[in-house]
Design a protein around this ligand. Structure first.
Ligand SMILES: [Zn+2]
Length: 605
Protein backbone atom coordinates (compact mmCIF):
# COMPACT_ATOMS: atom_id res chain seq x y z
CA UNK A 1 0.00 0.00 0.00
CA UNK A 2 1.11 3.49 -0.77
CA UNK A 3 1.17 6.23 1.80
CA UNK A 4 -1.71 8.65 1.85
CA UNK A 5 -1.19 11.67 -0.28
CA UNK A 6 -1.87 13.98 2.60
CA UNK A 7 -1.85 12.94 6.20
CA UNK A 8 -3.04 15.58 8.57
CA UNK A 9 -2.41 15.39 12.27
CA UNK A 10 -4.22 17.55 14.75
CA UNK A 11 -2.42 18.59 17.93
CA UNK A 12 -4.86 20.19 20.34
CA UNK A 13 -3.39 22.89 22.50
CA UNK A 14 0.00 21.39 23.17
CA UNK A 15 2.98 23.49 24.01
CA UNK A 16 5.29 23.51 21.07
CA UNK A 17 8.48 23.05 23.05
CA UNK A 18 7.32 19.73 24.44
CA UNK A 19 6.24 18.25 21.13
CA UNK A 20 8.27 16.12 18.80
CA UNK A 21 7.96 15.58 15.09
CA UNK A 22 5.75 12.53 14.55
CA UNK A 23 8.06 10.01 12.95
CA UNK A 24 7.05 8.70 9.58
CA UNK A 25 4.40 11.30 8.98
CA UNK A 26 4.91 13.93 6.42
CA UNK A 27 2.36 16.60 7.01
CA UNK A 28 1.28 18.07 10.27
CA UNK A 29 -1.40 20.55 11.07
CA UNK A 30 -2.06 22.48 14.19
CA UNK A 31 -4.63 25.02 15.14
CA UNK A 32 -6.34 26.40 18.20
CA UNK A 33 -7.67 29.81 19.09
CA UNK A 34 -5.79 30.21 22.34
CA UNK A 35 -2.71 28.22 21.55
CA UNK A 36 -0.45 31.12 22.43
CA UNK A 37 -2.13 32.95 25.30
CA UNK A 38 1.10 34.24 26.77
CA UNK A 39 3.02 35.24 23.66
CA UNK A 40 3.16 38.72 22.27
CA UNK A 41 4.68 40.03 19.08
CA UNK A 42 4.92 43.73 18.29
CA UNK A 43 5.38 44.34 14.60
CA UNK A 44 6.96 47.53 13.30
CA UNK A 45 8.22 49.10 10.10
CA UNK A 46 7.18 48.31 6.54
CA UNK A 47 5.02 45.39 5.46
CA UNK A 48 8.19 43.55 4.48
CA UNK A 49 9.70 44.19 7.92
CA UNK A 50 6.55 42.91 9.60
CA UNK A 51 6.47 39.78 7.45
CA UNK A 52 10.11 39.06 8.34
CA UNK A 53 9.50 39.66 12.06
CA UNK A 54 6.52 37.33 12.08
CA UNK A 55 8.43 34.72 10.07
CA UNK A 56 11.21 34.72 12.64
CA UNK A 57 8.63 34.32 15.40
CA UNK A 58 6.91 31.40 13.67
CA UNK A 59 10.15 29.57 12.96
CA UNK A 60 11.22 29.96 16.59
CA UNK A 61 7.85 28.69 17.81
CA UNK A 62 7.88 25.71 15.47
CA UNK A 63 11.58 24.99 15.82
CA UNK A 64 11.08 21.34 16.71
CA UNK A 65 8.94 20.86 13.64
CA UNK A 66 10.57 23.20 11.25
CA UNK A 67 12.72 21.24 8.81
CA UNK A 68 16.22 22.27 7.86
CA UNK A 69 16.78 24.11 4.61
CA UNK A 70 13.30 25.53 4.59
CA UNK A 71 12.01 29.01 5.23
CA UNK A 72 8.75 30.90 4.66
CA UNK A 73 7.57 33.01 1.75
CA UNK A 74 4.86 35.50 2.69
CA UNK A 75 1.89 35.26 0.32
CA UNK A 76 -0.83 37.22 2.14
CA UNK A 77 -0.71 40.26 4.42
CA UNK A 78 -3.68 42.09 5.84
CA UNK A 79 -4.19 44.66 8.60
CA UNK A 80 -7.81 44.61 9.73
CA UNK A 81 -9.69 46.49 12.46
CA UNK A 82 -8.91 43.72 14.94
CA UNK A 83 -5.35 42.82 14.10
CA UNK A 84 -2.76 41.74 11.57
CA UNK A 85 -2.91 38.53 9.54
CA UNK A 86 -0.02 37.07 7.60
CA UNK A 87 0.23 33.82 5.74
CA UNK A 88 3.21 32.05 4.22
CA UNK A 89 4.17 29.15 2.05
CA UNK A 90 7.02 26.91 3.14
CA UNK A 91 10.00 27.00 0.81
CA UNK A 92 12.74 24.41 0.32
CA UNK A 93 16.07 25.83 -0.84
CA UNK A 94 14.18 28.94 -1.83
CA UNK A 95 11.36 27.32 -3.87
CA UNK A 96 7.82 27.03 -2.48
CA UNK A 97 6.39 23.63 -1.53
CA UNK A 98 2.93 23.19 -3.02
CA UNK A 99 0.11 22.90 -0.49
CA UNK A 100 2.07 24.08 2.56
CA UNK A 101 0.94 27.04 4.60
CA UNK A 102 1.45 28.93 7.83
CA UNK A 103 -1.00 31.56 9.00
CA UNK A 104 -0.35 33.76 12.01
CA UNK A 105 -3.04 35.96 13.51
CA UNK A 106 -1.92 38.76 15.84
CA UNK A 107 -4.43 41.00 17.59
CA UNK A 108 -4.22 44.79 17.94
CA UNK A 109 -2.46 44.50 21.28
CA UNK A 110 0.27 42.26 19.87
CA UNK A 111 -1.11 39.03 21.34
CA UNK A 112 -0.47 36.07 19.07
CA UNK A 113 -3.95 34.71 18.75
CA UNK A 114 -3.18 31.60 16.73
CA UNK A 115 -0.85 29.90 14.32
CA UNK A 116 -2.20 27.42 11.79
CA UNK A 117 0.28 25.43 9.84
CA UNK A 118 0.76 22.61 7.39
CA UNK A 119 4.41 21.88 6.82
CA UNK A 120 6.35 19.32 4.86
CA UNK A 121 9.08 17.23 6.44
CA UNK A 122 11.92 17.76 4.00
CA UNK A 123 14.82 16.21 5.88
CA UNK A 124 15.10 13.27 3.49
CA UNK A 125 14.48 15.10 0.25
CA UNK A 126 17.47 14.47 -2.01
CA UNK A 127 17.28 17.58 -4.19
CA UNK A 128 19.25 20.61 -3.21
CA UNK A 129 18.32 23.10 -5.89
CA UNK A 130 15.48 23.58 -8.34
CA UNK A 131 16.60 21.99 -11.59
CA UNK A 132 14.66 23.49 -14.47
CA UNK A 133 13.18 26.50 -16.20
CA UNK A 134 9.55 26.22 -17.31
CA UNK A 135 8.90 25.81 -21.01
CA UNK A 136 5.78 27.94 -21.42
CA UNK A 137 4.94 26.34 -24.76
CA UNK A 138 4.59 22.93 -23.11
CA UNK A 139 2.44 24.36 -20.34
CA UNK A 140 0.24 26.12 -22.90
CA UNK A 141 -0.08 22.85 -24.79
CA UNK A 142 -1.81 21.46 -21.69
CA UNK A 143 -3.84 24.48 -20.61
CA UNK A 144 -5.19 25.20 -24.09
CA UNK A 145 -6.27 28.69 -25.06
CA UNK A 146 -6.95 29.89 -21.54
CA UNK A 147 -5.19 32.86 -19.99
CA UNK A 148 -2.31 31.87 -17.73
CA UNK A 149 -2.55 34.29 -14.82
CA UNK A 150 0.23 32.87 -12.69
CA UNK A 151 3.16 30.51 -13.16
CA UNK A 152 5.73 29.50 -10.54
CA UNK A 153 8.31 26.88 -9.76
CA UNK A 154 7.22 24.61 -6.93
CA UNK A 155 8.08 21.40 -5.11
CA UNK A 156 5.25 18.90 -5.14
CA UNK A 157 5.15 16.04 -2.65
CA UNK A 158 3.05 13.12 -3.93
CA UNK A 159 3.07 11.07 -0.73
CA UNK A 160 6.31 9.30 -1.57
CA UNK A 161 8.68 11.73 -3.13
CA UNK A 162 9.12 15.37 -3.95
CA UNK A 163 8.92 16.44 -7.57
CA UNK A 164 10.33 19.60 -9.06
CA UNK A 165 7.26 21.08 -10.73
CA UNK A 166 5.61 24.12 -12.24
CA UNK A 167 2.28 25.41 -11.03
CA UNK A 168 0.12 27.36 -13.46
CA UNK A 169 -3.13 29.14 -12.66
CA UNK A 170 -5.28 29.72 -15.72
CA UNK A 171 -8.81 30.53 -16.71
CA UNK A 172 -11.21 32.63 -18.74
CA UNK A 173 -12.59 36.05 -17.92
CA UNK A 174 -16.19 34.92 -18.41
CA UNK A 175 -15.85 32.68 -15.34
CA UNK A 176 -16.19 29.49 -17.35
CA UNK A 177 -12.77 28.24 -16.29
CA UNK A 178 -10.46 28.83 -13.37
CA UNK A 179 -8.03 26.08 -12.55
CA UNK A 180 -4.61 25.50 -11.15
CA UNK A 181 -2.47 22.64 -12.38
CA UNK A 182 0.88 21.32 -11.18
CA UNK A 183 3.10 19.93 -13.97
CA UNK A 184 6.12 17.72 -13.33
CA UNK A 185 9.21 19.63 -14.46
CA UNK A 186 10.77 16.61 -16.16
CA UNK A 187 7.92 15.55 -18.47
CA UNK A 188 5.04 18.01 -17.90
CA UNK A 189 2.74 15.23 -16.74
CA UNK A 190 -0.08 16.51 -14.53
CA UNK A 191 0.56 15.93 -10.83
CA UNK A 192 -2.40 17.82 -9.47
CA UNK A 193 -5.28 19.97 -10.64
CA UNK A 194 -7.76 21.98 -8.66
CA UNK A 195 -10.82 23.79 -9.92
CA UNK A 196 -10.52 27.12 -8.19
CA UNK A 197 -14.12 28.24 -8.41
CA UNK A 198 -15.93 24.99 -7.72
CA UNK A 199 -14.41 23.97 -4.41
CA UNK A 200 -17.09 23.97 -1.76
CA UNK A 201 -17.49 22.03 1.43
CA UNK A 202 -20.81 20.47 2.32
CA UNK A 203 -22.56 17.24 1.67
CA UNK A 204 -21.88 16.90 -2.04
CA UNK A 205 -18.76 18.29 -3.58
CA UNK A 206 -17.26 18.30 -7.01
CA UNK A 207 -13.78 16.82 -7.00
CA UNK A 208 -11.39 15.57 -9.58
CA UNK A 209 -9.96 12.12 -9.90
CA UNK A 210 -7.23 10.83 -12.16
CA UNK A 211 -8.85 8.18 -14.37
CA UNK A 212 -8.42 6.33 -17.64
CA UNK A 213 -10.63 7.92 -20.29
CA UNK A 214 -11.96 5.50 -21.40
CA UNK A 215 -8.92 3.18 -21.28
CA UNK A 216 -5.17 3.63 -21.77
CA UNK A 217 -5.04 2.04 -25.24
CA UNK A 218 -7.86 4.14 -26.68
CA UNK A 219 -6.56 7.42 -25.26
CA UNK A 220 -2.98 6.73 -26.40
CA UNK A 221 -4.17 5.22 -29.71
CA UNK A 222 -1.86 2.28 -29.13
CA UNK A 223 -2.24 -1.45 -29.57
CA UNK A 224 -1.66 -3.81 -26.68
CA UNK A 225 2.00 -4.57 -25.96
CA UNK A 226 4.80 -3.32 -23.70
CA UNK A 227 4.89 -0.72 -22.30
CA UNK A 228 1.13 -0.51 -22.94
CA UNK A 229 0.55 -3.81 -21.20
CA UNK A 230 -0.74 -4.87 -17.81
CA UNK A 231 2.56 -6.26 -16.44
CA UNK A 232 0.87 -7.45 -13.25
CA UNK A 233 -0.88 -4.15 -12.55
CA UNK A 234 2.44 -2.36 -12.21
CA UNK A 235 3.18 1.34 -12.60
CA UNK A 236 4.45 2.14 -16.05
CA UNK A 237 5.03 5.83 -16.77
CA UNK A 238 3.33 5.43 -20.15
CA UNK A 239 0.19 4.05 -18.51
CA UNK A 240 0.10 6.54 -15.66
CA UNK A 241 0.50 9.31 -18.22
CA UNK A 242 -2.83 8.23 -19.74
CA UNK A 243 -4.68 9.18 -16.54
CA UNK A 244 -6.59 12.43 -16.83
CA UNK A 245 -8.08 14.52 -14.01
CA UNK A 246 -11.86 14.56 -14.47
CA UNK A 247 -14.70 15.92 -12.39
CA UNK A 248 -17.23 13.94 -10.37
CA UNK A 249 -19.47 14.45 -7.40
CA UNK A 250 -18.54 12.78 -4.11
CA UNK A 251 -19.45 13.17 -0.45
CA UNK A 252 -17.66 15.52 1.91
CA UNK A 253 -17.92 14.53 5.55
CA UNK A 254 -15.67 14.54 8.61
CA UNK A 255 -13.19 16.81 6.84
CA UNK A 256 -12.58 14.45 3.95
CA UNK A 257 -13.98 13.38 0.60
CA UNK A 258 -15.21 9.82 0.09
CA UNK A 259 -16.29 8.08 -3.11
CA UNK A 260 -20.03 8.12 -2.63
CA UNK A 261 -22.76 9.97 -4.54
CA UNK A 262 -26.39 9.43 -5.51
CA UNK A 263 -25.40 6.76 -8.06
CA UNK A 264 -22.68 4.68 -6.44
CA UNK A 265 -20.73 4.02 -3.29
CA UNK A 266 -17.53 2.08 -2.84
CA UNK A 267 -18.14 -0.99 -0.68
CA UNK A 268 -16.07 -3.90 0.61
CA UNK A 269 -18.03 -6.98 -0.41
CA UNK A 270 -15.58 -9.76 -1.12
CA UNK A 271 -11.84 -10.34 -1.07
CA UNK A 272 -9.30 -9.03 -1.79
CA UNK A 273 -9.83 -6.56 1.03
CA UNK A 274 -8.18 -3.36 -0.05
CA UNK A 275 -7.50 0.09 1.27
CA UNK A 276 -10.24 2.58 0.35
CA UNK A 277 -9.83 5.99 -1.13
CA UNK A 278 -10.47 9.16 0.75
CA UNK A 279 -8.90 12.54 0.37
CA UNK A 280 -8.60 15.71 2.39
CA UNK A 281 -8.13 17.65 -0.82
CA UNK A 282 -10.71 17.69 -3.64
CA UNK A 283 -8.51 15.53 -5.83
CA UNK A 284 -8.09 11.75 -5.97
CA UNK A 285 -4.72 10.98 -7.43
CA UNK A 286 -3.56 7.36 -7.45
CA UNK A 287 -1.26 5.61 -9.85
CA UNK A 288 -2.79 2.64 -11.66
CA UNK A 289 -0.91 0.16 -9.49
CA UNK A 290 -2.69 1.52 -6.42
CA UNK A 291 -5.88 -0.40 -5.53
CA UNK A 292 -7.65 2.88 -4.95
CA UNK A 293 -7.17 3.87 -8.59
CA UNK A 294 -9.88 1.40 -9.68
CA UNK A 295 -12.23 2.85 -7.05
CA UNK A 296 -11.80 6.31 -8.54
CA UNK A 297 -12.08 4.96 -12.08
CA UNK A 298 -15.32 3.04 -11.45
CA UNK A 299 -16.89 5.91 -9.51
CA UNK A 300 -16.02 8.42 -12.20
CA UNK A 301 -17.32 6.41 -15.14
CA UNK A 302 -20.62 5.59 -13.41
CA UNK A 303 -21.03 9.24 -12.47
CA UNK A 304 -20.14 10.45 -15.95
CA UNK A 305 -22.46 7.93 -17.61
CA UNK A 306 -25.28 9.00 -15.29
CA UNK A 307 -24.88 12.60 -16.44
CA UNK A 308 -25.70 11.33 -19.93
CA UNK A 309 -28.61 9.17 -18.69
CA UNK A 310 -29.99 12.25 -16.95
CA UNK A 311 -29.61 14.38 -20.07
CA UNK A 312 -31.61 11.94 -22.18
CA UNK A 313 -34.44 11.77 -19.67
CA UNK A 314 -33.91 8.63 -17.57
CA UNK A 315 -32.48 10.00 -14.32
CA UNK A 316 -35.08 8.23 -12.19
CA UNK A 317 -34.00 4.79 -13.45
CA UNK A 318 -31.76 3.15 -10.84
CA UNK A 319 -31.04 6.37 -8.96
CA UNK A 320 -29.67 4.73 -5.83
CA UNK A 321 -26.12 4.68 -4.45
CA UNK A 322 -25.31 1.25 -5.84
CA UNK A 323 -22.59 -0.65 -3.98
CA UNK A 324 -19.43 -1.09 -6.01
CA UNK A 325 -16.48 -3.30 -5.01
CA UNK A 326 -13.73 -2.70 -7.58
CA UNK A 327 -11.59 -5.53 -6.15
CA UNK A 328 -13.84 -8.49 -5.50
CA UNK A 329 -14.69 -12.08 -6.43
CA UNK A 330 -11.46 -13.35 -4.86
CA UNK A 331 -9.44 -12.05 -7.75
CA UNK A 332 -11.42 -13.88 -10.44
CA UNK A 333 -11.03 -12.81 -14.05
CA UNK A 334 -14.62 -11.63 -14.34
CA UNK A 335 -17.05 -8.99 -13.17
CA UNK A 336 -20.72 -9.03 -12.43
CA UNK A 337 -23.85 -7.30 -11.31
CA UNK A 338 -25.40 -9.32 -8.49
CA UNK A 339 -28.84 -9.08 -6.88
CA UNK A 340 -28.72 -12.05 -4.48
CA UNK A 341 -31.29 -11.44 -1.72
CA UNK A 342 -32.02 -8.11 -3.37
CA UNK A 343 -28.65 -6.82 -2.19
CA UNK A 344 -27.66 -4.99 -5.37
CA UNK A 345 -23.98 -4.61 -6.13
CA UNK A 346 -21.32 -4.45 -8.81
CA UNK A 347 -18.29 -6.66 -8.34
CA UNK A 348 -15.10 -6.40 -10.36
CA UNK A 349 -12.35 -9.01 -10.47
CA UNK A 350 -8.60 -8.44 -10.69
CA UNK A 351 -7.82 -11.54 -12.76
CA UNK A 352 -5.96 -10.77 -15.99
CA UNK A 353 -6.15 -6.99 -16.23
CA UNK A 354 -8.03 -5.33 -13.36
CA UNK A 355 -11.55 -5.09 -14.77
CA UNK A 356 -12.41 -1.75 -13.17
CA UNK A 357 -9.55 -0.09 -15.08
CA UNK A 358 -11.61 -0.36 -18.28
CA UNK A 359 -14.65 1.92 -18.66
CA UNK A 360 -16.19 -0.65 -21.03
CA UNK A 361 -16.42 -3.19 -18.19
CA UNK A 362 -17.78 -0.61 -15.74
CA UNK A 363 -20.48 0.60 -18.13
CA UNK A 364 -21.42 -2.93 -19.23
CA UNK A 365 -21.93 -4.14 -15.65
CA UNK A 366 -23.69 -0.95 -14.63
CA UNK A 367 -26.27 -1.45 -17.38
CA UNK A 368 -27.07 -4.93 -16.11
CA UNK A 369 -28.10 -3.08 -12.96
CA UNK A 370 -30.25 -0.59 -14.90
CA UNK A 371 -31.88 -3.45 -16.79
CA UNK A 372 -32.69 -5.14 -13.48
CA UNK A 373 -34.12 -1.92 -12.07
CA UNK A 374 -36.33 -1.42 -15.14
CA UNK A 375 -37.84 -4.90 -15.35
CA UNK A 376 -36.49 -7.14 -12.59
CA UNK A 377 -34.92 -10.54 -12.99
CA UNK A 378 -36.19 -11.80 -16.32
CA UNK A 379 -32.98 -13.30 -17.67
CA UNK A 380 -34.42 -16.54 -19.01
CA UNK A 381 -34.09 -17.91 -22.52
CA UNK A 382 -31.10 -17.77 -24.83
CA UNK A 383 -32.44 -14.88 -26.92
CA UNK A 384 -33.35 -12.85 -23.85
CA UNK A 385 -29.87 -13.39 -22.40
CA UNK A 386 -28.29 -12.49 -25.73
CA UNK A 387 -30.32 -9.26 -25.77
CA UNK A 388 -29.10 -8.57 -22.22
CA UNK A 389 -25.41 -9.02 -23.03
CA UNK A 390 -25.85 -7.22 -26.34
CA UNK A 391 -27.50 -4.18 -24.80
CA UNK A 392 -24.84 -3.92 -22.09
CA UNK A 393 -22.10 -4.18 -24.72
CA UNK A 394 -24.02 -1.59 -26.73
CA UNK A 395 -24.00 0.94 -23.89
CA UNK A 396 -20.29 0.28 -23.24
CA UNK A 397 -19.49 0.78 -26.91
CA UNK A 398 -21.72 3.85 -27.22
CA UNK A 399 -20.10 5.41 -24.14
CA UNK A 400 -16.51 4.92 -25.18
CA UNK A 401 -17.07 5.72 -28.86
CA UNK A 402 -18.46 9.05 -27.71
CA UNK A 403 -15.11 9.67 -25.98
CA UNK A 404 -12.94 8.49 -28.85
CA UNK A 405 -13.46 6.86 -32.22
CA UNK A 406 -10.16 5.05 -31.96
CA UNK A 407 -10.72 1.30 -32.32
CA UNK A 408 -14.32 1.83 -31.21
CA UNK A 409 -15.38 -1.43 -32.84
CA UNK A 410 -13.79 -3.37 -29.99
CA UNK A 411 -15.55 -3.66 -26.64
CA UNK A 412 -13.14 -4.07 -23.68
CA UNK A 413 -10.23 -2.42 -25.48
CA UNK A 414 -8.05 -2.69 -22.37
CA UNK A 415 -9.48 -5.59 -20.39
CA UNK A 416 -9.79 -7.74 -23.51
CA UNK A 417 -6.11 -8.59 -23.69
CA UNK A 418 -3.84 -11.08 -21.89
CA UNK A 419 -6.53 -13.61 -20.96
CA UNK A 420 -9.23 -12.99 -23.60
CA UNK A 421 -9.83 -10.87 -26.67
CA UNK A 422 -12.84 -8.77 -25.75
CA UNK A 423 -15.85 -8.61 -28.05
CA UNK A 424 -17.04 -6.67 -31.07
CA UNK A 425 -19.80 -4.11 -31.40
CA UNK A 426 -19.85 -4.52 -35.16
CA UNK A 427 -21.57 -7.53 -36.65
CA UNK A 428 -21.70 -9.28 -39.99
CA UNK A 429 -24.10 -11.84 -38.56
CA UNK A 430 -27.74 -12.28 -39.50
CA UNK A 431 -30.34 -13.42 -36.99
CA UNK A 432 -31.94 -15.77 -39.52
CA UNK A 433 -28.78 -17.77 -40.15
CA UNK A 434 -26.18 -17.13 -37.45
CA UNK A 435 -27.77 -17.70 -34.03
CA UNK A 436 -25.63 -20.09 -31.97
CA UNK A 437 -27.33 -20.21 -28.57
CA UNK A 438 -24.30 -18.58 -26.91
CA UNK A 439 -25.53 -15.39 -25.28
CA UNK A 440 -22.33 -13.43 -25.90
CA UNK A 441 -21.94 -14.48 -29.54
CA UNK A 442 -25.61 -13.89 -30.31
CA UNK A 443 -25.57 -10.62 -28.37
CA UNK A 444 -23.24 -9.31 -31.07
CA UNK A 445 -26.23 -9.20 -33.46
CA UNK A 446 -28.06 -6.89 -31.06
CA UNK A 447 -25.13 -4.57 -30.27
CA UNK A 448 -24.06 -4.47 -33.92
CA UNK A 449 -27.53 -3.52 -35.11
CA UNK A 450 -27.89 -0.82 -32.45
CA UNK A 451 -24.54 0.71 -33.42
CA UNK A 452 -25.78 0.82 -37.04
CA UNK A 453 -28.97 2.52 -35.85
CA UNK A 454 -26.85 4.98 -33.87
CA UNK A 455 -25.07 5.94 -37.09
CA UNK A 456 -28.47 6.91 -38.49
CA UNK A 457 -30.25 8.63 -35.60
CA UNK A 458 -27.44 9.52 -33.18
CA UNK A 459 -26.30 8.40 -29.75
CA UNK A 460 -28.80 10.26 -27.57
CA UNK A 461 -31.89 8.90 -29.31
CA UNK A 462 -30.57 5.35 -29.68
CA UNK A 463 -29.51 5.24 -26.02
CA UNK A 464 -32.85 6.69 -24.88
CA UNK A 465 -34.87 4.21 -26.95
CA UNK A 466 -32.79 1.32 -25.60
CA UNK A 467 -33.21 2.53 -22.00
CA UNK A 468 -36.95 2.84 -22.63
CA UNK A 469 -36.98 -0.67 -24.10
CA UNK A 470 -35.52 -2.05 -20.83
CA UNK A 471 -38.88 -1.54 -19.13
CA UNK A 472 -40.59 -3.77 -21.70
CA UNK A 473 -38.33 -6.81 -21.58
CA UNK A 474 -39.70 -10.15 -20.40
CA UNK A 475 -38.57 -13.73 -19.80
CA UNK A 476 -37.87 -15.69 -22.98
CA UNK A 477 -38.28 -12.63 -25.16
CA UNK A 478 -36.87 -13.12 -28.64
CA UNK A 479 -34.74 -10.63 -30.49
CA UNK A 480 -37.42 -9.95 -33.17
CA UNK A 481 -39.90 -9.11 -30.39
CA UNK A 482 -37.34 -6.80 -28.79
CA UNK A 483 -36.86 -5.15 -32.20
CA UNK A 484 -40.59 -4.43 -32.46
CA UNK A 485 -40.62 -3.04 -28.93
CA UNK A 486 -37.65 -0.85 -29.78
CA UNK A 487 -39.69 0.63 -32.64
CA UNK A 488 -42.67 1.03 -30.32
CA UNK A 489 -40.52 2.97 -27.83
CA UNK A 490 -39.37 5.25 -30.65
CA UNK A 491 -43.04 6.03 -31.30
CA UNK A 492 -43.54 6.85 -27.61
CA UNK A 493 -40.43 8.99 -27.23
CA UNK A 494 -40.11 10.56 -30.66
CA UNK A 495 -43.50 10.17 -32.31
CA UNK A 496 -42.13 7.42 -34.54
CA UNK A 497 -39.93 9.79 -36.48
CA UNK A 498 -37.02 7.31 -36.59
CA UNK A 499 -39.08 4.25 -37.43
CA UNK A 500 -38.06 3.84 -41.07
CA UNK A 501 -34.36 4.16 -40.33
CA UNK A 502 -34.53 1.78 -37.36
CA UNK A 503 -36.63 -0.80 -39.18
CA UNK A 504 -34.27 -0.85 -42.15
CA UNK A 505 -31.38 -1.87 -39.88
CA UNK A 506 -33.40 -4.54 -38.08
CA UNK A 507 -34.54 -5.91 -41.45
CA UNK A 508 -30.99 -5.91 -42.83
CA UNK A 509 -29.75 -8.03 -39.90
CA UNK A 510 -32.64 -10.48 -40.00
CA UNK A 511 -34.39 -9.24 -36.86
CA UNK A 512 -37.54 -8.16 -38.72
CA UNK A 513 -39.09 -9.62 -41.90
CA UNK A 514 -38.32 -7.96 -45.22
CA UNK A 515 -42.02 -7.13 -45.56
CA UNK A 516 -42.16 -5.27 -42.24
CA UNK A 517 -42.39 -1.75 -43.64
CA UNK A 518 -44.66 -2.48 -46.58
CA UNK A 519 -47.19 -4.59 -44.71
CA UNK A 520 -50.12 -2.44 -43.69
CA UNK A 521 -52.56 -3.85 -41.18
CA UNK A 522 -56.03 -4.51 -42.69
CA UNK A 523 -57.79 -2.29 -40.21
CA UNK A 524 -56.19 0.84 -41.63
CA UNK A 525 -58.53 2.55 -44.03
CA UNK A 526 -57.30 4.43 -47.05
CA UNK A 527 -58.97 7.70 -46.16
CA UNK A 528 -57.89 9.25 -42.88
CA UNK A 529 -58.82 12.18 -40.70
CA UNK A 530 -56.06 14.19 -39.09
CA UNK A 531 -56.15 16.89 -36.42
CA UNK A 532 -53.30 19.39 -36.61
CA UNK A 533 -52.27 21.24 -33.46
CA UNK A 534 -49.91 24.07 -34.39
CA UNK A 535 -50.19 26.01 -31.11
CA UNK A 536 -46.51 25.39 -30.35
CA UNK A 537 -45.22 25.87 -33.86
CA UNK A 538 -44.37 29.51 -33.36
CA UNK A 539 -42.73 29.14 -29.94
CA UNK A 540 -41.19 25.64 -30.08
CA UNK A 541 -41.14 24.65 -33.77
CA UNK A 542 -43.35 21.63 -33.05
CA UNK A 543 -46.56 20.54 -34.76
CA UNK A 544 -48.70 17.73 -33.38
CA UNK A 545 -50.67 15.57 -35.81
CA UNK A 546 -53.31 13.15 -34.57
CA UNK A 547 -54.98 10.54 -36.79
CA UNK A 548 -58.28 8.76 -36.25
CA UNK A 549 -56.52 5.46 -37.07
CA UNK A 550 -52.84 4.42 -36.86
CA UNK A 551 -51.06 5.54 -40.00
CA UNK A 552 -47.76 4.98 -41.77
CA UNK A 553 -46.41 7.72 -43.97
CA UNK A 554 -44.39 10.87 -44.23
CA UNK A 555 -44.77 14.47 -43.03
CA UNK A 556 -43.05 17.39 -44.73
CA UNK A 557 -42.91 21.14 -44.16
CA UNK A 558 -42.36 23.50 -47.11
CA UNK A 559 -41.88 27.23 -47.31
CA UNK A 560 -44.02 29.29 -49.71
CA UNK A 561 -41.36 28.95 -52.41
CA UNK A 562 -41.89 25.19 -52.29
CA UNK A 563 -38.55 24.44 -50.64
CA UNK A 564 -38.71 21.38 -48.37
CA UNK A 565 -37.54 22.23 -44.84
CA UNK A 566 -38.03 18.88 -43.14
CA UNK A 567 -39.17 15.39 -43.98
CA UNK A 568 -40.18 12.98 -41.24
CA UNK A 569 -41.31 9.36 -41.47
CA UNK A 570 -43.86 7.82 -39.16
CA UNK A 571 -45.00 4.24 -38.74
CA UNK A 572 -48.27 2.73 -37.54
CA UNK A 573 -49.04 5.49 -35.07
CA UNK A 574 -51.97 7.71 -34.09
CA UNK A 575 -49.78 10.62 -33.09
CA UNK A 576 -46.83 12.27 -34.76
CA UNK A 577 -44.74 15.08 -33.32
CA UNK A 578 -43.32 17.00 -36.25
CA UNK A 579 -40.16 18.91 -35.45
CA UNK A 580 -39.39 21.91 -37.64
CA UNK A 581 -35.94 23.46 -37.80
CA UNK A 582 -35.28 27.02 -36.58
CA UNK A 583 -37.08 29.09 -39.21
CA UNK A 584 -37.94 32.74 -39.67
CA UNK A 585 -41.41 34.20 -39.23
CA UNK A 586 -43.86 33.64 -42.05
CA UNK A 587 -46.22 31.18 -43.66
CA UNK A 588 -45.35 27.50 -44.16
CA UNK A 589 -47.15 24.46 -45.54
CA UNK A 590 -47.43 21.14 -43.72
CA UNK A 591 -47.91 18.19 -46.04
CA UNK A 592 -48.89 14.76 -44.73
CA UNK A 593 -48.89 11.72 -46.95
CA UNK A 594 -50.19 8.29 -45.89
CA UNK A 595 -51.60 5.35 -47.85
CA UNK A 596 -51.55 7.34 -51.07
CA UNK A 597 -53.68 10.15 -49.60
CA UNK A 598 -52.28 13.67 -49.17
CA UNK A 599 -53.37 16.32 -46.66
CA UNK A 600 -52.06 19.85 -46.27
CA UNK A 601 -52.33 22.60 -43.67
CA UNK A 602 -51.04 26.15 -43.38
CA UNK A 603 -48.70 26.98 -40.52
CA UNK A 604 -48.04 30.50 -39.28
CA UNK A 605 -44.85 31.31 -37.47
ZN1 LIG B 1 -22.76 -9.09 -18.96
Amino acid sequence: MKKLLFLFIFFPFILMGKSVWPLGEIWAEKNGESAYPNKTLHLSGTQQNKEAQAEKFVIAELQNFFPANTNLHADFFKIGPLGTYISYTQAFFGTSIYGTSVKINIDKNGNVNSIFYKLAETRNWPQKSFPAVADMERIKAETGDFIISNKNNTWFFDGEKAHAAFVAEYGANDGSKHEETVFAANDYSILYTIDKHRYAGGKDSMVRGNVFYPDPLTSSRKTYGAPYADTDDSDKPELNYERVPLEMKVTFEHDSFTLRNEYSQIAEISSPYTKHAFSNAPFFNYSRQDDRFEEVNATYHIYNYRQHVKKIGFDTLGKIPLKVDPHALNGADQSEFDFFQNDLKLLFGDGGIDDAEDADVVIHEYNHFLSFMASGDNGYGSDRLAIEEGLCDYFACSYSKNISNYNWQKVYNWDGNETWNGRSCVTGKNYKTDVSGNRYKDGEIWVGTLMEIQDEIGRDQTDAIMLGTLYFTAKNMTMPTAARIFIHVDSILYGGKNTLKIAQKFIANGLLPDTFMVSVPDKIKNEFAVKINAAYFSSHNIVYAEFDQPQTGIARIFDLQGKELISQDFYNTNKVNIYAPQITQGMYILHISANGIQKSAKLLK
